[in-house]
Write a protein that binds this ligand. Structure first.
Ligand code: DP6
Length: 311
């Protein structure tokens, strides 16, 4: 059974868990699933196997397999299954460079594995199950805009937002494809320890989310862009209050350029995740101007992507 799930980029970030094991977030997040970056994962039940065999991008990587096997164990335990599988996962995403590859990887794994085990889960159930593997993957079950709610084990799931904004674009500005130094899981843990700053992040991000939903309904790119920037900057300020930083000199240089271009009248904003790459938030009419001014970077212009699906 083979599934494809697409990467999502958060406009309002998920940062911090109130329950590590159940992966329950402290605050709700909102994302946009894109069409150009995705993971294809094949899961084959093989009765001859004594353990799972995992290939990621064609390689048997024991370290990367640990999280995959952990998720398979969880699915097997939950649904009383005792079969081992072969997993072949291909990312068309530079792995761990802050391009949210864990979101598409675990959403694809959850869908492919449950189908391979003959389970037929709803999108809600898939979102919840995927959440256990990686929080942001709960949102990659859905295409387009999605919100992942806070709540308890039962209710902390993602759902799609009914917004049809065909001109909306995210342009990935590839700054560094190398593997990030600190995983988001670890960096989050550090951030939560900083109680006063962390509480402020939670209360501000709640306000940001409400404003973002309103701005998206209005399809107001200036409002959407400014709220997303504020939210991402807040998250990175919080992260930098620990010993971790994802913003490199190269990222800051690109941000500076984005601001200058914006001052000249182009509608473009940015967001950043747990890596140095920048995601430009914009609309279709601005793409040619952006391409002209960012010639020195590898750009990936993304539109709205679909739900995770069996292929
Ligand atoms: C910065 O979903 O990778 O991309 O639940 O520990 O696997 P774990 O974290 P992960 O965190 C993503 C953080 C982010 C923001 C976001 O996507 O909301």
């Amino acid at each position: 059974m083979k599934a494809r799930a697409y990467v999502n980029f958060a406009l309002i970030k998920y940062w911090g868990k109130k329950d590590e094991k159940l992966r329950l977030p402290y605050q709700a997040s909102l994302s946009f699933t894109v069409d150009k970056l995705y993971t294809d994962t094949e899961v084959i039940v093989n009765n001859n196997l004594k353990e799972d065999v995992v290939y990621i991008n064609g390689v048997k990587d024991d370290k990367a397999s640990i999280r995959v096997i952990k998720h398979l164990n969880l699915i097997r335990e939950k649904y009383n299954i005792n079969k081992f599988v072969e997993v072949k996962s291909i990312n068309n995403v530079p792995t761990a460079a802050g391009l949210a590859s864990s979101a598409s990887s675990f959403a694809a794994l959850t869908l492919a594995a449950t189908k391979a085990f003959n389970l037929s889960l709803s999108q809600k159930e898939l979102s919840r199950l995927s959440r256990y593997a990686s929080g942001s993957s709960s949102r990659s079950i859905y295409g387009n805009f999605a919100i992942w709610d806070v709540g308890n084990d039962e209710t902390s799931i993602a759902y799609p937002l009914d917004i049809n904004w065909t001109e909306f674009r995210i342009v990935v500005l590839m700054i560094d494809k190398s593997k990030k130094k600190a995983s988001s899981t670890d960096a989050m843990k550090e951030s939560v320890k900083n109680k006063e700053l962390y509480d402020n992040w939670v209360s501000e991000s709640k306000k940001d989310l409400n404003q973002m939903i309103e701005a998206l309904k209005l399809k107001d790119i200036d409002k959407v862009g400014l709220i997303a920037e504020k939210n991402a900057n807040h998250m990175h300020d919080l992260i930098e209050s620990t010993n971790i930083t994802y913003r490199t000199d190269e990222s800051l240089k690109a941000i500076d350029k984005i601001k200058k271009l914006r001052n000249s009248g182009v509608k473009l904003y940015y967001t950043m995740d747990a890596g140095p790459n920048i995601k430009i938030i914009t609309v279709d009419s601005e793409i040619d101007k952006i391409k002209k001014h960012f010639k020195e970077y590898e750009l990936l212009v993304c539109k709205s992507g679909p739900d995770a699906k069996i292929i």
